[in-house]
Design a protein around this ligand. Sequence first.
Ligand code: ZN
Length: 543
Amino acid sequence: MTGLLRTPNALLIAALLLSPCVVRPSLAQPERSARADDPRLQRLKQEALRDVDGMQKKVQEMVDMVFSFGELGYQEVETSRYLVATLRQNGFTVTEGTSGMPTAWVAKWGSGKPVIALGSDIDGIPQASQKPGVAYRDPLVEGAPGHGEGHNSGQAVNIAAALAVKKIMEREKIPGTLMLWPGVAEELVGAKAYFVRDGMFKDVDFVIFTHVGTKLGTSWGASTGSGLVSVEYTFEGQTAHSAGSPWRGRSALDAVELMNAGWNYRREHLRPQHRVHYVIRDGGDQPNVVPRRASVWYYLREIDYPHIQELFTIANDMAKGAALMTGTTHANTRMLGTAWPRHFNKPVAEAMTDNAKTVGMPTWSSADQTLAKALQKELKEPEKGLDTALAILEAPKPDDEQRGGGSDDIGDVSWVVPTVTLSYPSNIPNLPGHNWANAIAMATPIAHKGVVAGAKVEALTILDLLLKPALLPEAWKYFRDVQQKDVKYTPLLRAGDRPATELNAAVMARYRPEMKKFYYDPSKYATYLEQLGIQYPTVRKQD
Ligand SMILES: [Zn+2]
């Protein structure tokens, strides 16, 4: 089929011809009836919807609490302590320190099969400290990290859904195990490949992952976006007086700069799907000492495993060349994280989409829309406000239309267990991502309502997995026969790689004392906005 798609016009025509395959509400009726719920399942689903609605206060507390911690990857100490305590209070058995990461854990409740695992990321973004509900840049702590991606909200989705389903499983004596786990250091793609390597998912039958978005819905097939290796190159030279006897020194920083210059020339001759970016982690000590050590940290992204490995080989050659040019040594190539490209499960994505149609988008207040439009105006984006339509479940883009983009190490999980990612509408559309602006909605009614909607869809989908006997076998059939037909999972992690759990420790040590003053205290304040004394919404005065 892709062979026919040779010209842009042919593409467009083919897309139009193919459009009936796309599950849109008006076209979904025949499929829906084939997948109709039996009366008992319908009744239990109604109960789960009511129960999640009854958890709105708890959801608001969890979302606001984790927002107020604002912790960076591997340093999610307060976040994990709080979530683990919450889960233990609710009858879950929790194991901590998973895969050698102090902030990782696995929480289980129930017994036997199926094992349904619910995951979501928990880490924040550098430089993203921001007052919630304020439609312009206004940090809580200047320079500090914050939830500039919205990872403060996903565990609340999972916990609310799990508690609603657990209550039903207990009373109805439904066999199965609910397993909750955190995406530690997702912004560093630093945990999930280790979880996979260490067997966290070996008995798991299905993974539902939740991630903040602006719409409610899911996807199947190869996800738009990239996989990557995150790798640090360290060079070693020798010190000398930079003015008195520079000829006796060898500059490791020169090697870093030449490696980067080499890469920036090579970029032009790589295919458009690649994306590569770097930061210099260590550029030496002071100008009058020739830098003995220097290091540069690269994210090497491509859309499939062979091309990621190809980029990695090129980067390794660049490092060798830079060392040769400068008379330094390429001392170390340290893997700081990896992520496989994602592939999501079709049968469960379809069931989840039916459930999203049942739940529908949240009802936004005029205050919610005012905040959203004011922020979009601030960012010079069209003032469209919040999304009101559900996400449409579409067929994945053909390989030759994939252009790459962001990554998530849920990719590794999606290649060892059938997985879907539920996107729930807790944020404002058209924001830059990884930015203070993405934090603004994340401890406001927008985030709270989006989490409640997401938790409902997730609870209904867990009930489908537990009570529709055909669904899990269909999910595994797709996983084995379609997803893995031409692609086999080969980890990007190397045998000796270990999680870089010291990352972000220094930044958090620097900012945590100031950030602590802003931790949410739900015993004193109904909401975090109230604690901060923020009028919702706060927007710029019109001039
Ligand atoms: Zn994320």
